[in-house]
Design a protein around this ligand. Structure first.
Ligand SMILES: C[S@@+](CC[C@H](N)C(=O)[O-])C[C@H]1O[C@@H](n2cnc3c(N)ncnc32)[C@H](O)[C@@H]1O
Length: 294
């Protein structure tokens, strides 16, 4: 006798891409993920791209609530991503947060014109109308007419060398609510330490910390981020420093999150300013006063 098909078997829904790829979030643009090479042309994740998606989500999970806070506070929100590269972060944030709302602007600032042109074309193709891309340096973006006066969030993900410092200067000038920074190597502090090494070694045993060339680079990089945090605190921000997990392959996985505090925190800011100046003096870095202490 022929076997009867059970109704259960016939009513099983065809698996969607979302079922097959549980990493994806509802409504996420498959076309965008393919364009960003997070999904292959066949719409699949491989080991590398799965990791990339995990990394981006990890960062997005910090940023989405900050976008929401700004939106709740002033009815709109604008984010500037400095040293945007291919604008992975900006595109994913737009897709996940702005696309489903009538508000929300994402600007990518990138010195390489060809990357900016590619991102602008992709945004147009996807209908991401509230994205803007500026072909200029972070420093130049301070006065760029295409950027609105109010920028709520500043991000800089592995923006090279002093571009992170310029992004901080930008955030301070715009009184951004939050800055989310994952710094890259900064050579400037280490170079000043190297220049005055002999003098500092004769003056203080502390200079042993950067006597060896490898230590000069490492301590220089560490001091840079310490100065950046104090600078932000001196301007009334609350700073947390954590590790960007899922970024294990990169040595540069320090995440600096700064949130602007309301009035009434001037005491803490004054203390941070004094400490910042004391560190510059103690380490012989006075010439970096204009970078960190103004
Ligand atoms: C390591 S990539 C990171 C790109 C992107 N943020 C990411 O994480 O995928 C650094 C990018 O910053 C850009 N860049 C470096 N210095 C810059 C500056 N001063 N102003 C604007 N862009 C800069 C470079 O052209 C490069 O695209």
């Amino acid at each position: 006798m022929a076997k009867q098909r059970t109704p259960h078997a016939t009513s099983r829904p065809t698996p969607t891409l979302q079922d097959q790829l549980p990493e994806l979030r509802a409504g996420q643009s498959i076309e965008l993920l393919k364009e960003l090479h997070i999904l292959t042309r066949e719409g699949k994740l491989n080991q590398d791209t799965r990791r990339k998606l995990k990394q981006v989500y990890h960062l997005v999970q910090f940023i989405e609530p900050l976008l929401q806070e700004a939106l709740d506070a002033r009815g709109d929100v604008a984010l500037a991503d400095h040293g945007a590269g291919k604008s992975y972060l900006g595109f994913i944030l737009y897709d996940l947060f702005c696309k489903q709302r009538p508000q929300g602007w994402v600007y990518g600032v990138e010195a390489r014109t060809e990357l900016v042109e590619r991102s602008a074309a992709l945004a147009q193709r996807l209908g991401f109308e509230r994205m803007g891309f500026l072909a200029c340096t972070v420093a130049e973006s301070l006065t760029h007419p295409a950027l609105p006066a109010t920028i709520d969030l500043v991000t800089a993900l592995h923006a090279c060398d002093t571009a992170t410092d310029d992004a901080i200067a930008f955030g301070l000038a715009r009184q951004a609510r939050c800055l989310v920074l994952v710094p890259c190597c900064q050579a400037e502090v280490a170079s000043v330490m190297r220049q005055h090494k002999a003098l500092q070694l004769s003056r203080t045993p502390l200079a042993e910390l950067w006597r060896h060339p490898l230590h000069t680079r490492e301590v220089g990089s560490q001091i840079t981020n310490v100065l950046r945090c104090l600078q932000l605190e001196a301007h009334g921000y609350q700073v947390t420093v954590t590790e960007l997990v899922g970024w294990e392959h990169s040595m540069k996985n320090e995440l600096i999150l700064a949130k602007r505090l309301g009035p009434g925190h001037t005491g803490k800011a004054a203390q941070a300013r004094a400490r910042l100046q004391a560190i510059l003096d103690e380490l012989g870095l006075q010439e970096l006063h204009t970078r960190f202490a103004v």
